[in-house]
Design a protein around this ligand. Structure first.
Ligand code: PMP
Length: 404
């Protein structure tokens, strides 16, 4: 049913060599590789359908529009949104978060209002709120975490006040792999009259995410982390909230009628999609979502969890290994340091062995500060990784370790 050998055939890049060694690609939290069907969908659309969407009466424009809107429906089904009007295409998680900060911030937040984030957020879910703080004087509060990498939910409850308007939390930490209990956290936020945003950049690629089950008000994710192309992403927003939010950018596509005196806006979701959208990207993203759906999100999750468990076990064999994030049920990411080897040296030497990992602060400097380090090395897994690749990583780390 889950035939890894066959699955790997779908990803031509996995067969290539680097430095005359087989590529071991373990940087999937940064971006995933693309199956043939996604690359072919991009080529096929440019070769035989390409035309601007929503504008033309002609055949190609209508066909391109159908692909684009079918893709929106596909995303809607994938995350179980109530309607396609709740699916806004963006450039990625970062743009989705900036859109919410700018537009929700404009409509709902006044000076002194509070937004709750967590200490393990990606910079993309910190800086837009700081920009808003500079513009509007909002207050940012931060949920701390314990030593293993769980958010402190008891402290979380104490952060709420009558000024709390929004909570924004990563579903899965891109460093620790912690799967945050966002369903429960959203319940708490709603109890205090606040809205809840889930940064799904690291969850949507790895297991089934259902916005109605989570009962979140916003969900963000990036196409390129879920085997789709770069430059396309999604903002899910509850329809009644999106209705009350002003446009994020102005331009074509997002208007109903323009005069120099007054402009009215398109209905949802187009109000938030100024300019020519990445209609090829949206279609290719839908093909990627079809691909993972065919494999089965539950199968992918089971495979990756097993791989993560195996990796954690094998990593513990290594002398002076410090692992970050040891929560139960952690997902597809293993962050570590070995002795006093600088993570950049570790990453550079592993690269020479054909092993691609990430090193540095992982766009989560506040989390690095919490862990008392400047940086970490990180291996992150995808649906196509194997236990043999984990073994190559472990042997590689041991080898580098011996050199030091
Ligand atoms: N949030 C999280 C949890 C992430 O892992 C990432 C990407 N590493 C982002 C946000 C930003 O995603 P993008 O760069 O695709 O906009």
């Amino acid at each position: 049913m889950y035939n890894l050998e066959e699955i790997r055939q779908d990803f031509p890049i996995l067969g290539r060599q680097v430095y005359n060694r087989p590529l071991v690609y373990l940087d999937n939290a940064a971006t995933t590789q693309k199956p043939r069907c996604v690359v072919e969908a991009i080529a096929e659309e440019y070769y035989s359908v390409n035309a601007n969407v929503h504008r033309g009466v002609h055949y190609l424009s209508q066909q391109a529009t159908d692909l684009h809107e079918d893709a929106r429906n596909r995303v809607k089904d994938f995350i179980n949104a109530r309607s396609a009007a709740e699916v806004v295409f963006t450039r990625g998680t970062t743009e989705s978060l900036n859109l919410v900060a700018a537009s929700f911030g404009e409509a709902f937040l006044k000076e002194g209002d509070e937004v709750i984030l967590s200490v393990m957020e990606h910079h993309s879910n910190i800086v837009p709120w700081q920009l808003l703080r500079e513009r509007k004087g909002i207050v940012i509060k931060v949920i701390p975490m314990d030593e293993v990498g769980n958010l402190c939910l008891d402290v979380y409850e104490t952060l709420f006040s009558e000024r709390t308007k929004l909570v924004c939390v990563a579903h899965v930490s891109n460093v620790l792999g912690t799967v945050n209990p966002v369903e429960e956290m959203a319940r708490t936020a709603h109890k205090y009259g606040a809205f809840f945003l889930v940064d799904g950049a690291q969850s949507v690629p790895h297991f089934k995410v259902d916005v109605q089950q989570l009962n979140c008000d916003f969900l963000t994710f990036s196409g390129h982390k879920v085997y789709g192309p770069t430059g396309i992403g999604v903002l899910y927003g509850r329809e009644e909230l999106l209705e009350r939010m002003p446009p994020y950018q102005g331009g074509g596509e997002m208007i109903a009628r323009v005069t120099f005196e007054h402009t009215t806006y398109e209905r949802l979701p187009y109000k938030f999609e100024a300019g020519t959208p990445d209609y090829v990207g949206s279609h290719a993203l839908a093909v990627a979502l079809d691909y993972v759906t065919r494999l089965g999100m539950d199968n992918i999750a089971a495979h990756e969890r097993e791989l993560t468990r195996y990796a954690m076990k094998r990593m513990r064999e290594i002398d002076s290994m410090k692992l970050y994030g040891e929560t139960v049920g952690k997902d597809a990411v293993v962050a570590f340091n070995v002795g006093d080897i600088h993570p950049l040296d570790l990453g550079t030497l592993l690269d020479r062995l054909g092993i691609a990992i990430r090193t540095g602060h992982h766009c989560a400097q506040p989390l690095m500060a919490r862990c008392g380090v400047e940086g970490m090395a990180r291996a992150s897994f995808a649906l196509y990784n194997t236990k043999e690749e984990v073994d190559v990583l472990v042997e590689g780390i041991k080898r580098v370790s011996r050199m030091f």
